[in-house]
Design a protein around this ligand. Structure first.
Ligand SMILES: CC(C)(COP(=O)(O)OP(=O)(O)OC[C@H]1O[C@@H](n2cnc3c(N)ncnc32)[C@H](O)[C@@H]1OP(=O)(O)O)[C@@H](O)C(=O)NCCC(=O)NCCSC(=O)C[C@H](O)C(=O)O
Ligand SMILES: [Mg+2]
Length: 326
């Protein structure tokens, strides 16, 4: 892309995209099931999360920890994985289970590519989380790893305090060497429970929350991962909510069943006609700019100014990054 276009600060270009991981679909695979774990290397999804939290019954937590630690310990023997990223979601600090999770996981030779920490409600919890990881892994092992961090916003308090939570997490990386925060997940089901809401497939009850959430993520150049859609059989509803989330600026969506993966991943890719529109608009804009005319132009009957160009660039670059990561 030409320099005039590159000079714009966009959603995509302002983020450090080195090591960019597409997270259109983030699939939870319960760690308690050895049968399902055996399928992990072949599951084609952007981000695959070995689950220790709510997808794992309390009675199976210990078994799930052992299974996931064994999986990570023996990672090279599993061969190439079809996913871009293999993560582990641990339990929250408030559950009292996090220390046991991290203690067991740290026995494995390999770290996951991303740790996902749910229910981060208060900036003070972050010091406790860092302390648990440091105690078990040792600061050096963490600082020398390329593992990333994803946190969850799942309560009214966390949503309101989101800027402070994100800034504190980013500072823990900068000042102490904790894993770098790369994305944030909106835990809509826990959020509904926290507010006494009844969740619906339409998701109108979380409209404000999702919009505030995505705005805060983008203010800190972080990936925003949308709500889970629990009606597994309703793929049309899932598609509608995925397309809506993409249009609102979300980068991906949580996923609980393999049938949801293609629906979500397709929805988070701009459609071919949008990609064609964006490329043609950028070409036209460059031509227009070279002719030293006003930077507002008419394209296919619509007025185009700088923000429209930025949206077109986001489309082209999102596709480019996903293709480059494949
Ligand atoms: C919901 C499920 C319990 C359904 O499982 P099951 O009854 O086995 O479904 P199917 O018979 O339709 O399964 C068909 C085959 O697909 C495999 N399968 C199913 N789910 C998964 C999966 N998640 N990953 C990999 N493979 C999966 C089955 O094994 C079958 O295979 P086969 O026998 O070979 O044909 C189950 O889908 C499930 O447990 N999903 C994950 C649930 C979970 O983790 N929930 C917590 C995350 S959501 C969340 O916490 C949101 C957030 O925090 C918030 O607060 O909002
Ligand atoms: Mg949750």
């Amino acid at each position: 892309m030409r320099s005039a276009i590159r000079a714009f600060s966009t959603n995509v270009t302002k983020t450090d995209r080195k090591g960019f991981v597409p997270r259109r679909a983030l699939l939870y695979v319960p760690g308690s099931s050895e049968k399902v774990l055996a399928k992990v290397p072949k599951i084609k999804v952007d981000s695959l999360v070995l689950e220790l939290e709510d997808g794992c019954p309390l009675a199976s937590k210990a078994q799930a920890r052992t299974n996931i630690a064994a999986y990570l310990d023996d990672l090279p023997s599993k061969g190439d994985h079809a996913c871009f990223e293999l993560g582990v979601r641990v339990n929250s600090v408030s559950s009292g289970l996090l220390a046991d999770d991290v203690k067991e996981l740290s026995k494995a030779k390999h770290l996951p590519q991303v740790f996902l920490v749910p229910k981060v409600d208060d900036p003070d919890e972050l010091a406790a989380i860092w302390d648990i990881f440091k105690t078990n892994y040792g600061a050096e092992r963490i600082q020398n790893s390329k593992s990333r961090l994803i946190i969850y916003i799942e309560s009214a308090r966390a949503l309101l305090d989101m800027p402070r939570l994100l800034a504190t997490t980013l500072n823990l990386h900068k000042n102490a060497g904790f894993f770098k925060l790369d994305g944030v997940v909106f835990g809509s089901d826990d959020f509904c429970a926290d507010l006494g809401m009844s969740r619906s497939n339409e998701g109108t009850e979380t409209l404000y929350a999702r919009q505030r959430f995505v705005t805060c993520c983008k203010a800190f150049s972080l990936q925003a991962i949308d709500s889970v859609y629990i009606d597994i059989k309703d793929l049309d509803g899932l598609r509608r909510q995925s397309i809506e989330g993409k249009a609102w600026g979300f980068d991906g969506k949580q996923c609980i069943h393999p049938t949801q993966i293609p629906v979500i991943q397709e929805s988070f890719l701009p459609p071919p006609d949008k990609i064609e529109w964006a490329k043609a608009l950028i070409d036209e804009y460059i031509k227009h700019e070279n002719e030293q005319r006003n930077t507002v132009l008419t394209f296919r009957g619509s007025m185009v100014d700088r923000p429209v160009i930025l949206q077109a660039m986001n489309i082209v670059q999102t596709v480019k990054y996903i293709q480059e990561s494949q």
